[in-house]
Write a protein that binds this ligand. Structure first.
Ligand code: CAO
Length: 415
């Protein structure tokens, strides 16, 4: 079977998480991704959070599948000459160095265009143009600067970061879309272009509904589906909403049987208007179907806390999977809180290729998250991440270097 991005060659100058997520996706869609790493050291994540001594970490392996790796000192003149050739032979360069690093290496946009006017140059940076443009940024900084932390957590607690890596992997996803769009536009213009995904912007895009709420709050002074309503005061900025859905269908995380000892014995329960009568019947409150205080969504907004407390009395009598089975029979939207252990062991996720077991020559077998995007005409086979410089010789040979030159450059630590 062919792949969506067959024939696209990527110069992958990325490291850590944000850039590598992007190029891994492109590799899963069939692009030939050549990861360029510093000779001797490689991507810093190879050695970070190691669980086995001297073996590439899971941090690295889980972000760099289906790629080739070459080592190169991009600050050495001979290394720069190799990069020139790579630029001429690739369609896309993806990088997430600190601001200005690529220019300092001598690879400005103008220089890259001179070498290959068709090249798409895609960058992740912490911030777009503005006061923080020169800052180095990691995941949680982006979550804080993009509006996520101020709107996550509970009203009586501090701002909170989330486990989902919306700053890094979220930005990598945005960048991948920009690259594919730029390649599509190149079909008509014949030109490459610069593509920028700033981590602050990507987080904010994922927090779009909170900017919606900011404006609703400014207009009306109150947000009736937030837990602060009706008893507490609203300030001038969107407050943290705990586990409230914050959307048009009120929801909450409720305890299930076993919550005293199992930190994940909970379910997310949504009281969608259309199934309110079913909710009332299931929890044993049929009178609430017609009771004026509960009968309409607007009336219920005044009583969400006691409503969820009553529903929780019911969910606490069942385990989360029993609750799920019972509610699904009535089309009541709900979701069990799944631990990573439960997810790793879930057979359906293995069958769909969302969780994949990969074999690695020095690590052995490990689990990873496969391609979350499934395509009917471009399947994904997840292959292990490359060892440092594993493909240097073959890529150098492809660029026209002979065995002796490769040997000499290795002796000089250029590659
Ligand atoms: N050969 C020679 N030099 C190389 C090289 C190579 N193959 N690869 C990298 N380098 C050099 C860079 O040119 C840079 O040199 P200068 O400082 O002289 O310009 C140096 O290595 C360090 O690069 P860096 O500043 O990008 O790396 P860092 O570890 O100091 O910072 C990070 C890391 C992530 C904070 C920074 O790269 C950054 O802000 N990136 C943009 C935002 C981003 O992607 N953040 C997400 C990271 S994932 O959590």
């Amino acid at each position: 079977m062919s792949k969506a991005l067959d024939g696209v060659r990527i110069l992958d100058f990325t490291h850590v998480q944000s850039g590598p997520t992007c190029t891994q996706l492109l590799a899963w869609f069939g692009a030939d991704v050549i990861k360029v790493e510093r000779a001797g050291e490689g991507d810093a994540t190879r050695g970070q959070l190691r669980d086995i001594p001297d073996v590439d970490s899971l941090y690295f392996t889980m972000l760099n599948h289906n790629k080739r790796s070459i080592t190169l000192d991009a600050k050495n003149p001979k290394g720069k000459a190799v990069l020139d050739k790579l630029i001429k032979n690739c369609d896309v360069m993806v990088e997430n160095f600190a601001p200005g690093a690529l220019d300092r290496m001598g690879f400005t946009w103008e220089r890259i265009q001179e070498l290959n006017p068709r090249m798409v140059v895609a960058s992740v940076k912490g911030f777009g143009p503005g006061p923080y443009v020169d800052c180095k940024v990691y995941e949680n900084v982006a979550q804080c600067a993009g509006g996520s932390a101020s709107t996550t957590g509970f009203d009586d607690g501090p701002p909170m970061v989330t486990g989902a890596q919306i700053g890094d992997s979220g930005t990598g996803l945005h960048l991948a879309l920009g690259i594919v769009a730029a390649l599509y536009q190149r079909n008509t213009t014949g030109r490459g272009q610069k593509v920028l995904a700033a981590m602050q912007d990507s987080v904010l895009n994922l927090c779009r509904v909170k900017l919606r709420d900011q404006q609703r709050l400014e207009r009306t002074g109150v947000m009736k589906e937030y837990p602060q309503y009706p008893d507490q005061h609203f300030g001038d900025a969107v407050p943290r909403a705990g586990n409230a859905s914050g959307g048009g269908q009120p929801g909450s995380i409720l305890k299930c049987k076993g919550w005293e000892t199992d930190p994940n014995a909970y379910i997310y329960f949504i009281t969608q208007g259309a199934v309110w009568p079913a909710v009332c019947k299931v929890i044993g409150e049929p009178g609430w179907i017609t009771d004026e205080a509960y009968a309409t969504p607007a009336a219920r907004l005044l009583h969400l806390k006691p409503i969820f407390a009553r529903i929780e009395q019911w969910t606490m009598t069942k385990d989360k999977f029993e609750v799920m089975d019972i509610l699904n029979a009535y089309d009541i939207p709900c979701g069990p809180i799944l631990s990573m252990k439960e997810i790793a062991e879930e057979p359906s996720l293995r069958e769909s290729g969302t969780i994949v077991e990969v074999d690695h020559p020095t690590r052995g077998k490990y689990l990873t998250v496969g391609n979350p995007i499934k395509m009917s005409d471009s399947s994904t086979e997840v292959t292990r991440s490359p060892l440092l410089g594993e493909h240097t010789d073959e890529v150098m040979a492809f660029l026209g270097y002979g065995a002796e030159e490769i040997h000499a450059m290795r002796d000089e630590k250029v590659i």
